[in-house]
Design a protein around this ligand. Structure first.
Ligand code: ADP
Ligand code: MG
Length: 273
């Protein structure tokens, strides 16, 4: 095998909710084995794009293929997509054990009336081991820290035995150190399990050390390239205004600063981090 195959392919995708335009003419290809960071301001369509890939949102126009077929035609192969939703979408204060949460990831593979069996429990346990949470299987989810809960949600996504893992702002609320550990974990999973990973994030500086490509979205896709190219292209400032965040982490390439000076008079706040 020489040529890389696409796991996700979007062509001319438009999405509107009632009157609100969410995605405009998005073309995008995600290659098998790619680790992609998806960035963009609030309301730029990141979650919508993830939901389009999942088949939960139908485009008004355009074509979507996941593993070579429209996502709503994946049928039994839908388990090939693992999904970690944005945390604000879930209420995790109700009493439920870690194992039960991870087993939820198996329901897509179970028939409607089948109860989880030995194979499901084993897959759930393997997924917990993948995120080093196996010792917490019997604990209540609500008792865990934010970072531990996040790992459990990843285990739930891994329990489906996916090939494509979509994570929507998984590191939100995790401190910078925890975030680095978190991306290391994802990188390890990608390598061990041959996953393709798309992670929605705001923290470009941290994610750039781990991902192969950054996709910059603001209704339409502005760029999809290695972080070094995206960061120096000036695209981020136009689309995202993220230069402050980059500086705060002290990892900013000099060229960005120089380019920034070129815009004249735009002060960069110091004293962060
Ligand atoms: P992001 O994840 O980048 O913050 P979203 O995809 O959630 O962006 O939202 C893109 C745009 O679509 C925003 O303007 C948002 O208000 C709107 N939107 C998202 N979901 C809905 C919905 N279910 N109904 C109406 N508008 C929505
Ligand atoms: Mg979102």
């Amino acid at each position: 095998m020489t040529a890389k195959t696409s796991v996700v392919k979007l062509e001319g995708v438009w999405v509107t909710y009632h009157e609100t335009l969410a995605l405009r003419d998005v073309d995008m290809e995600i290659e098998d084995g790619e680790f992609l960071g998806l960035i963009g301001p609030n309301g730029s369509g990141k979650t919508t794009l993830i939901r389009v890939i999942l088949g939960l949102v139908k485009p008004d126009r355009g074509r979507v293929e996941v593993f070579g077929v429209p996502p709503d035609r994946l049928g039994a192969r839908h388990h090939l997509i693992g999904y970690v939703p944005q945390r604000s979408q879930g209420d995790w204060s109700f009493p439920v054990s870690v194992m039960d949460v991870v087993l939820m990831g198996r329901y897509g593979r179970l028939g409607l009336f089948r109860r989880p069996g030995k194979a499901d429990r084993e897959a759930a346990m393997r997924a917990l081991e993948d995120v080093q949470m196996q010792d917490f299987a019997r604990r209540q989810l609500a008792e865990l820290s934010g970072g531990q809960q996040q790992r459990v949600l990843i285990a739930r996504a891994l329990a489906t035995e996916p090939k494509l893992l979509l994570l929507d702002e998984p590191a939100a609320g995790v401190d910078a150190y925890g975030e680095e550990k978190f991306y290391e974990l994802l990188q390890g999973l990608k390598e061990q399990q041959g996953l393709t990973i798309v992670v929605v994030t705001h923290d470009i500086a941290v994610v750039s050390a781990y991902v192969e490509n950054l996709a910059c979205l603001n209704q339409t896709l502005y760029t999809h390239a290695p972080p070094s190219e995206v960061i120096t292209a000036g695209t981020l400032e136009k689309v995202y205004g993220c230069e402050v965040e980059l500086l705060a982490h002290g990892r900013i390439p000099h060229r960005v600063v120089e380019e920034h000076d070129g815009h004249g008079g735009h002060n960069v706040p110091g004293g962060h981090g």
